[in-house]
Each structure stands twice: as C-alpha cells, then as structure tokens.
Design a protein around this ligand. Structure first.
Ligand code: GLC
Length: 432
C-alpha cells in the first residue's frame, strides 16, 4: 500500500525547525519519570492514587503557548495519552481520562486553542502501548511483567480489542480538535529490532497500515512520524536523546528528521533529576540539526499542578533571547555545500551563509572555499561587520595564513572578545 504524500506537506515543518514537546499526565504527580509505572512495576491500584489526585490547579495553557512562541517554537506536540494509558481529552472510549480526575475537564481542548492562537502548528503524541487497557497484553515492557497472578489473570487479553480502541481513540483525536498538523505515534518494538523484549509489538498488533490510512484520510496533509513499524512510510524520522552525526536520509530524501531532546534526560516532570542541559547546549543542538537538515523538538514536562517548572522556563527564555536575534539562521535554513572550520556549523538560506561558532578561536577563522565569494561578513546579533582577508596562495606562509591552508581560503578576523550571546553567528552574504 502506498500512502506516501508529496514532500510539500512537510514544507511548513522544514521551515519551522523548532518545536515544543510536552509530556504531561498522571506521572507528573509521581514526578520521577514518565516510565515510573514500568520502572517501579506499579499495580493499577497503586497507580490510581495519581488519578484520584490529579489536580492541575495552576494549569494555564495560554502561558505555555506564549512561552513556546517567545522561545521561537513554531509547533508543539503534546502527549494525548502516554504509555500509562491516561487520556488528557474527554475520550468516549474510556473513563481513564482527565474529566474523571479532580481536573474535571478536557485538558487538551484549551491547549490546542491556546497554541493555535499563538500561531503554532498542532501535533499529537499518542502512545501505541497502553499499560492500563484490560486487553493490552502483559509483555516485557508492562508494569506487571513479573506479577505471576496478574499474568495468569491476563490470559484472555485480546489485542484485537485493544487495536479497535486504539483506532477509535485516534479517530476521536483527529475529528474533534480541528486541523491537526502532526501525528506522533510512540512506539513499536518488533522482534527484528528488539529481540530481547518478550512479547514484541509491531505493525500487526497496532493495525498500522489501516491506522495510517485512516489518519491520512481524516487529516489530509498531516505529517506522521516513523514509529508505526511501517518502514519507508513515515514522513519524519525521530531520533531521541542524541544528534545524528550526519544528515538522516528519510524516504530517499523526501522526508524529514527531527531530534527529540529532553531538558534533563526525562520527558515527564522529574523533580530530583538535576541533569539539566545548558541553554547553550540547546542552541547548539538546534543549530547542529539545521546544519544537517533536521529539526529540534525540545521537551518540557509540566508539573502536576500544571506549570512549567522554573528551570524549564529559564531555559526556554534564554533560548528565546537567542532566537529573537538569531532566528534568521534557523527558520527556513538548511545545510550548506561548504565544509565549516572545526567547532563551527554552517546553515544556509538562499545566498546567505550562516557561520555558527561553537568555540571562540584566537583571532582568525579560516573558511575553505570561500575566498572571493563573500560580499559582506557581519555578526548576526548586531549586524556589525567582521573584517576579512583573502591571501593569495603565494603569501600563505606570511604572517596571517598558516602554511597548509588550501588556496581559496577566506580568513575572518574576529574580535578578541567573544560576543556575549549563547552561540555567535556570522552572516556571510555570498556574491551571486
Ligand atoms: C520514548 C519513550 C517515551 C517518550 C518518547 C519521546 O519512546 O517511551 O517515554 O515519550 O520516547 O520521544
């Protein structure tokens, strides 16, 4: 079956480059990772305490959406349901949803409205796994995997019934909230990829082909990620917690890739995890991705009370401060056909080449292949000129240009002091 859409439906996402991932659910109350139910092998009964006490009294999605926009994000992806099975929306298929908690309301609808009115595109993360549904088999990832009594009682579980539930819920999500731009399914673990997991799941279990066809039919033009176990059919590859070392080729180049990154190693709110990435690292990740034609989906895990925690806010605001002046080197940019000097990244859009300097050199930056090709070099943050020298090959040994630099190298003369921005950027206007 071919359900591939033309690459144009990805144009907005490639242009956007930066999105916000939001992991929010019952695990935010436990506050020790969104896999807490799995990790601690928690029973449904014990986990239910988070359901009975899910009280997001400070929840203000307009504040989240504003922060995201001010951080420079152009789309967002929220966990409609994570692996624990809890639904943020008022699903007609279950009572395991926000409306039945003290929150007492559909939490998804106001979030979608808020992000849409800040101008961001709408993405839904939806877990294929479900550790609450009575027909989801107790497999090697399930919290009750070592509970012999639960396993014996689970003998009659029928994944076909779960599959119907999964499809019905996705249908609700794609018919009840207006235009949805991005569907992020998570995740498959077929035996050929994860032989070590007992009770693997993949395309037959999820009914992936039918699911994908339904998604594309209900929301023509929607972007779908790559975790349905349908090789070659996802629009977006979604590496998580690392930056690929080279551009990822998706669907022979027609697709896109997006690095999913956490702020501190956990997706859900994780109070005692202080392994925060610095704002500078985040900017570098973003730039590194764009230089390889990829996006960054940066995660926040709001608290059980419904707020972004202070550290996440501080990081988003610093990112926003950088984006305010530097977004031209991000939005709509892609890779450049030049090799950057060490510790630098190029991005490019039209005739503009953006040089991102990760490590400040001693006075000079040598740019191979650019002699004679640059009309003006300027810092992006203040538009101020950066002087340059083009030394004829015969003079290479003299003073500035060390021997060994290939002819055609352009040398930038940098100020001694590194500009006080998270990552300095030099704009090189190329001659036509
Ligand atoms: C993983 C994890 C998960 C997280 C996700 C984000 O597959 O299971 O907890 O939601 O990736 O990409």
């Amino acid at each position: 079956m071919s359900v591939q859409g033309p690459a144009e439906h990805l144009a907005w996402m490639r242009e956007a480059r930066l999105g916000l991932f939001v992991h929010w659910g019952l695990y935010s109350v436990a506050a020790r990772h969104e896999w807490v139910k799995n990790r601690e092998r928690t029973s449904d009964e014990d986990y239910d305490v988070y359901f009975r006490h899910f009280e997001p009294d400070l929840y203000d999605p307009r504040a989240w959406a504003r922060e995201a926009r001010e951080a420079g994000m152009r789309y967002f992806v929220v966990t409609t349901k994570h692996h624990d099975g809890f639904c943020l929306w008022d699903s007609q298929q279950t009572d395991y949803k926000a409306t039945r908690t003290p929150a007492g309301a559909d939490l998804l609808a106001p979030m979608v409205d808020a992000f849409r009115s800040e101008g961001l595109r709408i993405g839904f993360y939806h877990s294929l796994l479900d550790w609450h549904h009575p027909d989801f088999p107790i497999d090697g990832y399930h919290p009750q995997r070592d509970d012999e009594a639960a396993k014996a009682a689970a003998a009659g579980r029928d994944i076909a019934r779960y599959r119907e539930y999964l499809h019905a819920q996705v249908r609700e999500l794609l018919t009840g909230y207006g235009r949805v731009d991005y569907m992020f399914f998570d995740f498959s673990y077929p035996a050929r990829q994860r032989p070590e997991i007992w009770g693997n799941k993949g395309r037959e279990d999820w009914g992936s082909e039918e699911l994908l066809a339904m998604v594309r039919q209900l929301q023509p033009g929607i972007v779908v990620n790559d975790r349905l176990d349908l090789p070659g059919q996802g629009d977006v590859a979604t590496p998580e917690q690392y930056q690929p070392s080279a551009p990822m080729v998706v669907r022979d180049g027609a697709g896109l890739w997006e690095a999913c990154q956490t702020l501190n190693g956990s997706w859900g709110y994780d109070r005692d995890n202080l392994d925060w990435k610095t704002p500078e690292m985040i900017v570098r990740m973003l730039v590194d991705g764009v230089s390889k034609d990829g996006n960054l989906l940066l995660n926040v895990g709001p608290t059980g009370r419904g707020e972004l925690d202070d550290q996440a806010l501080a990081t988003l605001r610093q990112l926003g401060g950088w984006m305010r002046r530097h977004s031209p080197s991000v939005y709509g940019c892609g890779p450049a056909p030049f090799t950057p000097p060490p510790d630098c990244r190029y991005t490019m859009k039209g005739d503009r080449l953006y040089l991102h300097v990760f490590s400040w050199p001693f006075r000079h930056l040598h740019l191979p292949g650019l002699a004679g090709r640059v009309e003006l070099a300027r810092f992006l943050h203040d538009g101020s000129e950066v002087r340059r020298e083009e030394i004829a090959p015969a003079q290479e040994a003299f003073n500035v240009q060390p021997g060994g630099l290939p002819p055609g190298t352009l040398t930038l003369e940098l100020p001694v002091h590194r500009p006080d921005v998270l990552v300095p950027v030099i704009v090189l206007d190329l001659r036509r």
